[in-house]
Design a protein around this ligand. Structure first.
Ligand code: ACO
Ligand code: ZN
Length: 289
């Protein structure tokens, strides 16, 4: 049980109070500001009960009191904080008060690790590709992509099984026409992404996108694009969350005659979101580096 006398409590985004089914205390961090009795805490509360994700950032500037009788508000507030702890997933954010807008992203990645694809992973990647997509590229295409673009080829691993359960294979295209301005740019191309059925809706594809986009930006991409079947709403929803928009429709793009949407996003639009989400993934210990 923690005892707080409150200093301020501010809500950066509205809380939707429902009863979460799963709760866990993720981490607790305290900054000593030099005064023995006080500390600063900022709390990221993740409401785990909602079908859609909602992250609630509550910043608390708290004064730790060793002597309960020094404040009459301590008891009611401590009950309130205690309730928050057991009702929500809570993690403390390095003690710095920053408004964190994770814009609807929720990760549930226990037991999942994300790392670069190695040559020994190619069999696993091909297995996931065969089970998730009708576009089944040859082994030599995967190997060529790995050779040429190893820095931006990522896999998701189920740690307990030591097996590949998702991948995101990307390439860079230099000196090509921008979708957003009359100039030539370096584009990042999300070539193929897939996550095994039994691992979906946990944020694994989102996490793969975050690391892929982060590294494509680091390598100079100023926009990111991809093709997706016009009927593939789950994938389009995923890309919409990252700010992609349809910039073109390509008739009969796929071998079976289906059209493709080309979806793209300029770097300025999402770089700060990607940085925030990347930090969050680091904090969750998902990234193997
Ligand atoms: N229905 C509606 N929206 C969905 C669905 C779905 N079945 N699945 C994902 N989304 C959207 C949602 O907005 C979701 O956010 P939410 O869960 O908070 O609502 C968002 O995508 C992120 O979901 P993730 O959990 O990160 O995605 P997941 O790990 O489930 O993988 C993927 C999504 C890759 C599209 C997966 O369904 C898959 O492998 N599908 C088959 C292969 C495929 O279509 N790949 C993309 C082809 S295009 C290309 O490769 C460039
Ligand atoms: Zn493509």
């Amino acid at each position: 049980m923690f005892w707080f006398s409150w200093y301020s409590l501010s809500l950066f985004t509205p809380i939707v109070f429902t009863t979460p089914s799963s709760v866990s205390l993720l981490s607790l961090g305290i900054i000593d500001d030099g005064d023995d009795e006080s500390f600063l805490a900022s709390v990221l509360v993740e409401n785990s009960s909602l079908g859609f994700s909602r992250n609630i950032f509550i910043s608390l500037t708290c004064r730790f009191v060793s002597n309960i009788s020094s404040s009459s508000i301590v008891f009611p507030l401590s009950i309130c904080v205690y309730n928050l702890l057991i009702r929500f997933k809570i993690s403390l954010w390095g003690g710095v008060l920053v408004a964190l807008d994770i814009r609807g992203f929720r990760f549930s990645l226990d037991g999942i690790s994300i790392r670069r694809c190695g040559i020994e992973d190619i069999g696993g990647v091909i297995g996931v590709n065969r089970r998730t997509l009708p576009e089944n590229y040859s082994t030599s295409l995967f190997l060529a992509m790995l050779r040429r673009f190893r820095d931006i080829f990522f896999v998701a691993v189920d740690i307990s099984q030591d097996s590949i359960i998702g991948y995101c294979m990307n390439k860079l295209e230099y000196n090509t026409k921008s979708f957003f301005a009359a100039k030539k740019v370096t584009k990042g191309h999300v070539f193929s992404i897939g996550v095994l059925h039994e691992y979906r809706r946990r944020g694994i594809a989102s996490a793969l996108m975050v690391v892929s986009l982060k590294h494509m930006f680091m390598l100079g991409a100023s926009e990111i694009f991809l093709e997706v079947r016009v009927s593939n709403t789950p994938a389009q929803n995923l890309y919409n969350k990252f700010g992609f928009e349809v910039v073109m429709r390509v008739p009969r793009y796929y071998a079976d005659g289906e059209d493709a949407y080309v979806m793209a996003v300029p770097r300025e639009r999402i770089e700060s979101l990607i940085d925030e989400l990347y930090l969050r993934l680091r904090e969750l210990g998902v990234l193997e580096e």
